[in-house]
Design a protein around this ligand. Structure first.
Ligand SMILES: Nc1ccn([C@@H]2O[C@H](COP(=O)(O)OP(=O)(O)OP(=O)(O)O)[C@@H](O)[C@H]2O)c(=O)n1
Ligand SMILES: O=P(O)(O)OC[C@@H](O)[C@@H](O)[C@@H](O)CO
Length: 416
């Protein structure tokens, strides 16, 4: 545990769960609203995210949990995904002492809430154990509560959704332990001592153990307290500890394909591709005033016809009265069309709304600024000035995790 009272940023101003901005704040504890059995109630739920590894198999200097994906550290995506689930009260992240400062600045930079830090251990099990100790011990000045159910989830598994978290928590509530599983992709074989095939396992009868997992806190804490040094040193399976030391047979819950763990460099590329795909699932055309509304609708129609698998909407910024929750849900891609004004103040306005909104944006926001110019009348100097201006704005926006690019459109030609 970090020295002194656990380090814990302010309580969240609000948590997002389900459709962000739809006012559907997930009921904190009576989980029946989430499809659980009517009347099922869970006590406090907490999460432990082991993030103390060095990422040796990634083959880069930076530990993989801190590697950037689209300008943002991988761990920040996982934290954000956990924070979107408002019935998880405390999130304990275990990091090494040398990475504690880096972790704190990520928490501050991306506005993470409900996060407490604990010292990692030399192995994953030891890190998890330290996270559990942080929750178990009533440290003076520490706001952590000993939970009824604790989720354990690798910090390098960023694509975790509320549904699977709920399913493993409800299963753990009933069975004492539960974990996500996935079909095996390759067949598992057992080699003989001299490196030949001894036998192979029937792939259909086996599954890969993934994360998240969940446990009655008392069960997994007791298991870790009884755990042998050998298991702490070489074990990789928390479910096995619950079975071996507490005789609890975990309920296995079918997980979704995106629960995989970022381990090798290609996994980072895959993570980036998945985030880009999530970002590009919806495009919102933004114009500033009612006068430009028809341009927005025209572009919306053209894009909808051209990009038939993408949802396209349009909005007039003035009419949203800055209430960005109205149109940021899954939408992270905006096309700001400036037909009338040339200073693109509506782009700045969108950027400041994004910055001022307390909405925890799960993915970077992409803004394409389309400047319509009549090139025949606009002097070259002004065109160049605009290009420089867009580049400066893009640099500024990047610091807010907004990826901004600009298009200068010569509108003296007739729009087809
Ligand atoms: N001493 C350790 C080792 C691992 N982990 C965490 O456990 C998770 C899953 O472990 P793994 O994928 O093995 O991460 P690394 O140990 O960093 O990877 P490698 O084995 O390639 O070094 C990661 O979030 C990792 O940071 C941890 O908290 N403490
Ligand atoms: O073994 P590693 O440290 O690479 O990763 C830990 C994984 O084994 C673990 O996350 C799942 O298999 C579920 O226990």
């Amino acid at each position: 545990m970090e020295s002194g009272p656990c380090s814990r940023p302010a309580e969240p101003r609000h948590c997002v769960s389900g459709r962000a901005g739809a006012g559907l704040a997930f009921p904190a504890f009576p989980l029946s609203a989430a499809g659980a059995e009517p009347g099922s109630r869970i006590g406090t739920v907490a999460a432990v995210l082991p993030a103390g590894g060095c990422g040796e198999r990634m083959g880069v200097r930076t530990p993989k949990q801190f590697c950037r994906v689209l300008e943002r550290p991988l761990i920040s995506y996982t934290l954000q995904a956990m924070e979107r689930v408002c019935w998880i009260k405390d999130i304990v992240v275990t990091v090494t002492g040398e990475n504690m400062e880096a972790m704190r600045s990520i928490i501050q930079r991306y506005g993470h809430k409900r996060i407490s830090l604990a010292e990692a251990g030399a192995t994953r099990h030891r890190s998890i154990f330290n996270g559990l100790k942080a929750l178990a011990e009533d440290q003076p000045g520490c706001e952590l509560t000993r939970p009824e159910v604790v989720i354990i989830h690798d910090a390098v598994r960023p694509f975790v959704e509320e549904d699977i978290l709920l399913r493993v928590v409800l299963a753990a509530k009933e069975h004492g332990a539960a974990g996500a599983i996935r079909p095996l992709v390759s067949t598992v074989v057992s080699p003989s001592a001299d490196g030949h095939l001894d036998h192979s396992l029937d792939r259909a009868k086996h599954r890969a153990s993934e994360m998240p997992q969940a446990f009655h806190f008392d069960v997994i804490y007791e298991a870790y307290q009884k755990c042998s040094d050998f298991d702490l040193e070489f074990g990789t399976e928390c479910l096995q500890l619950a079975l071996k030391y507490c005789h609890r047979k975990a309920k296995l819950v079918e997980g979704t394909p995106d629960l995989w763990k970022v381990t090798y460099k290609q996994d980072l590329c895959a993570a980036e591709a998945m985030i880009k795909e999530k970002i590009s699932q919806e495009i919102c055309v933004v114009v500033n005033t009612k006068d430009e509304e028809s341009v927005g609708h025209l572009l919306e129609e053209v894009l909808r016809n051209e990009l038939n698998c993408i949802k396209v909407t349009s909005t007039v910024l003035d009419r949203t009265s800055g209430d960005i929750e109205n149109f940021i849900d899954q939408c992270y891609s905006f096309i700001c069309v400036n037909v009338v004004s040339s200073e693109s103040r509506e782009t700045r306005k969108l950027l400041s709304i994004l910055e001022e909104s307390s909405l925890p944006l799960l993915y970077p926001v992409v803004v394409v600024l389309v400047h319509c110019f009549d090139f025949t009348v606009v002097p070259l100097a002004q065109k160049m000035e605009n290009l420089v201006w867009i580049r400066e704005l893009a640099k500024e926006a990047k610091g807010r995790n907004v990826l901004l690019s600009g298009v200068l459109l010569n509108h003296s030609q007739r729009l087809e």
